[in-house]
Write a protein that binds this ligand. Structure first.
Ligand SMILES: [Zn+2]
Ligand SMILES: [Zn+2]
Length: 250
């Protein structure tokens, strides 16, 4: 009898909680309507006009190895001189693609998502990224470049994990956590050489068996140093092939 009473009270409380949170969202939407992250127009988190005007990467013009937006015929990033700047002979990952070329609008979108905490943009970014995954790409799971501990504490969420979860949901492949959070400085304020030094040995795989082929997700491909370091860690831990996918490409 007492147990039934507690269960009933629990269900009532859950129902009330759902109603209040729905009412709370409705009130918040009335007082502070959702606005476009780029043009501030009320409606969606990214309006249709702004979404269309973003610098979408044309898959046929991009490098199919590293995802450089205009590298299909001759890639500015897949050559010995560019790779030497990363202290590499070759990319550790098998392939990479990005959805957008990094420009003012793309950069603002990433900042609103990461630094202003507009987490609903993860869904928008993931939708653009999924279109860049060619049917020939094969992978058994999706993972992400984890945020540093300091960044996750400051933002309250792991930005790449949110995007990876939405990518995983869209293509129906499991999203798994494979890499430990690095104790490094924020990469955004560092030069190319500093990025490499900052990342040297920064990632290591978590315990547990890794799938043979994995899709590694991050928000921005800047020099490629982060994706290289994360790919190294996955390959060292037993993964056979890493493919990379980012929202933006510098
Ligand atoms: Zn807009
Ligand atoms: Zn390339």
């Amino acid at each position: 009898m007492l147990r039934a009473y507690h269960r009933l009270m629990g269900e009532t409380r859950d129902k009330l909680h759902r109603i209040l949170s729905f009412a709370g969202e409705a009130v918040a939407e009335t007082l502070w309507p959702t606005r476009c992250a780029l043009c501030d127009m009320p409606g969606d988190v990214l309006c249709e006009r702004c979404a269309r005007s973003l610098a979408h990467v044309d898959w046929w013009r991009a490098c199919h190895r590293c995802g450089s937006p205009f590298g299909h015929v001759q890639c500015d990033a897949c050559n010995p001189v560019a790779l030497r700047r990363l202290a590499r002979d070759d990319w550790p990952f098998a392939r990479c693609a990005s959805a957008m070329a990094f420009d003012e609008a793309t950069g603002r979108l990433v900042r609103v998502f990461k630094d202003q905490g507009e987490q609903r943009l993860a869904h928008v970014m993931a939708a653009a990224m999924v279109r860049m995954v060619a049917p020939s790409w094969e992978f058994d799971a999706i993972t992400f470049v984890p945020a540093t501990l300091a960044a996750e504490r400051y933002r309250g969420f792991d930005h790449a994990q949110l995007i990876a979860r939405d990518v995983a949901a869209a293509i129906d492949i499991p999203c798994i956590e494979t890499l430990a959070r690095p104790k490094t400085r924020d990469q955004r304020k560092l030069t190319g050489a500093q990025r490499i030094a900052n990342l040297a040995g920064s990632f290591h795989a978590l315990d547990g068996r890794l799938p043979n082929r994995i899709l590694l997700v991050d928000d921005v491909f800047t020099t490629g140093a982060t994706l290289c370091a994360a790919s190294d860690a996955l390959l060292a831990a037993g993964c056979r092939e890493v493919s990379c996918l980012t929202f933006a490409r510098v």
